[in-house]
Structures are given as C-alpha cells and as structure tokens.
Design a protein around this ligand. Structure first.
Ligand SMILES: [Zn+2]
Length: 120
C-alpha cells in the first residue's frame, strides 16, 4: 500500500534531514555531544559565578536546558526513526491502523509515526 510517490518521499526525507540538522545545531548551543552514545547530548553546566544568587541562576539555567535537551533528543530520535521508515518503505503508513497518514499532517510534522486518529 504505497500511498506516497517517490517524489513525495524525497520531499519528506529532505524535510527530515533539514529538521535534524536544525535540532543538532540547537543542541550544540548548550549541550555537548556524547560521542559514545548515538543521539545523546550532555547539557553543559555553565558556571556564572560563585555567589549564592549566581549559583541559583546556574541551577535554573541548567534545569531549563536539561528539559529542552531531552525534548530535542526525543525529537531527534523520532526523526531518525522516520528516516528509517523512508528507507524501509513503511513511511507514511500508520502502524496502528495501517492507513496512510494524512499528507498535511506529514507536512506539518514529517516525523509523525501515527495518524491523527490513533495519536488521540
Ligand atoms: Zn492510525
């Protein structure tokens, strides 16, 4: 049940690769790539100063960055999985109901795994 043409697949592949690069560059702003684990980044704990207030700021920034880091990492994994589905020919098909995923949904979120009905 191939619902997407090879041109469409190419289009979504490009979108996914672009998105992946964008996320990786965002992660690199505050996190260090873990070379041993694929798609794992370590949020860098930034030292602003030694005062109590500065220390509190450091912890807050670190915690914020950590939350963003995990979100970006999850997104990165989803993108990689979507690229894998393009490679093995299952991209664009919802694994739950086996129906094609709406093209507008893929356009907005090319890494989507499930169709809108199953996502709910
Ligand atoms: Zn579905």
């Amino acid at each position: 049940m191939a619902s997407l043409t090879s041109e469409q697949l190419e289009h979504f592949k490009n979108k996914l690769v672009e998105k992946k690069q964008h996320i990786e560059s965002q992660l690199q702003i505050f996190a260090k790539k873990n070379e041993n684990i694929k798609n794992d980044y370590e949020t860098v704990f930034e030292q602003i100063g030694d005062g109590a207030e500065e220390n509190a700021d450091e912890v807050m920034t670190y915690e914020d960055n950590l939350a963003i880091e995990h979100e970006l990492e999850d997104n990165l994994t989803e993108i990689e999985e979507a690229l894998g589905r393009i490679a093995d020919g299952t991209y664009g098909i919802c694994p739950d109901c086996k129906e094609p995923i709406n093209i507008d949904r893929l356009e907005a979120m090319p890494e989507a795994t499930l169709c809108i009905k199953c996502e709910k």
